[in-house]
Design a protein around this ligand. Structure first.
Ligand SMILES: O=C(O)[C@H](O)[C@@H](O)[C@H](O)[C@H](O)COP(=O)(O)O
Length: 255
């Protein structure tokens, strides 16, 4: 097995969501065969919603003992609980509401109306990560999903901002985000890269340039996704529009 980054191209968004959902269910079964608990990081964005909705719609999802799965988020927007702008709303509506999960398995970032400052909320999530880290600052996540912005941002780590360079903490408070809302919470790059598997899901022509640059060796300061690599596997699941600028030798077509 190689730890090189791989790009799997699908004909369109529907095929992409279905393929990632099917692989997720299969991989979760494998992981839970080998270990008592799995840790999964979720993301916001439309493709993440489509993947999770496809998991929810799959009859095979009942074969997973979801009580052994812990869900975390890569980033969150600093808005009130339940706000339609929150990244956890995407996951709740697409999948989590349909699963009978113990509440202790769902690890949300604090909401802006929880009575904490942004910095306190970052510290609270750091502590929660460490509580499940078995001695490390965070769990070695089994699967981390990431969306990628047209500017190459992942989680709330944006180009030419200090967040992508932070390595001394697991969670940062983000202010003046170039994408609204301005205040956010985000995992840092080292914690994301400590994941066993990182699955990036991207669709659309507006992602082609960022993906092409990242795979061609751009700096993480310029294109944050360029700095992302999991311990065992890093897979870019993309549609053909997003793949337009990927070097041909890196492409595997999944159809
Ligand atoms: O916090 C956010 O603003 C979003 O979560 C964002 O980071 C998203 O993940 C990417 O922009 C990809 O989104 P799409 O899948 O909708 O293109």
């Amino acid at each position: 097995m190689t730890n090189e980054r791989r790009v799997l191209v699908h004909p369109d968004k529907g095929a992409l969501a279905g393929s990632v959902a099917a692989r997720f269910i299969t991989k979760m079964l494998d992981i839970l065969d080998d270990q008592p608990v799995a840790h999964v990081v979720l993301t916001g964005g439309s493709m993440a919603g489509a993947v999770l909705a496809s998991v929810a719609a799959s009859p095979a999802r009942t074969s997973i003992d979801w009580s052994r799965v812990h869900f975390w988020w890569g980033d969150e927007r600093w808005v009130p609980a339940g706000d339609s702008e929150r990244n956890d709303r995407v996951a709740d509506e697409a999948l989590l509401d349909a699963l009978e999960l113990p509440s202790g398995n769902v690890h949300r970032f604090a909401a802006s109306d929880a009575g904490l400052t942004l910095d306190e909320a970052a510290e609270a999530y750091s502590r929660e990560l460490a509580d499940h880290g078995e001695g490390a600052e965070a769990p070695a996540f089994d699967i981390t999903f990431l969306g990628v912005g047209p500017d190459g941002h992942i989680a709330s780590l944006f180009p030419h901002r200090s967040g992508i360079q932070v390595a001394d903490r697991s969670v940062i408070a983000v202010r003046n985000s170039p994408k609204p809302p301005p205040e956010r919470l985000s995992l840092t790059r080292p914690v994301i890269n400590a994941s066993q598997r990182i699955w990036l899901v991207l669709a659309g022509a507006d992602k082609a340039s960022a993906l092409g640059l990242a795979l061609a060796g751009a700096s993480r300061d310029e294109v944050p996704v360029a700095g992302i690599k999991g311990r065992r596997r890093t897979v870019f699941f993309v549609d053909s529009d997003a793949a337009a600028e990927v070097p041909e030798q890196l492409i595997a077509r999944d159809y």
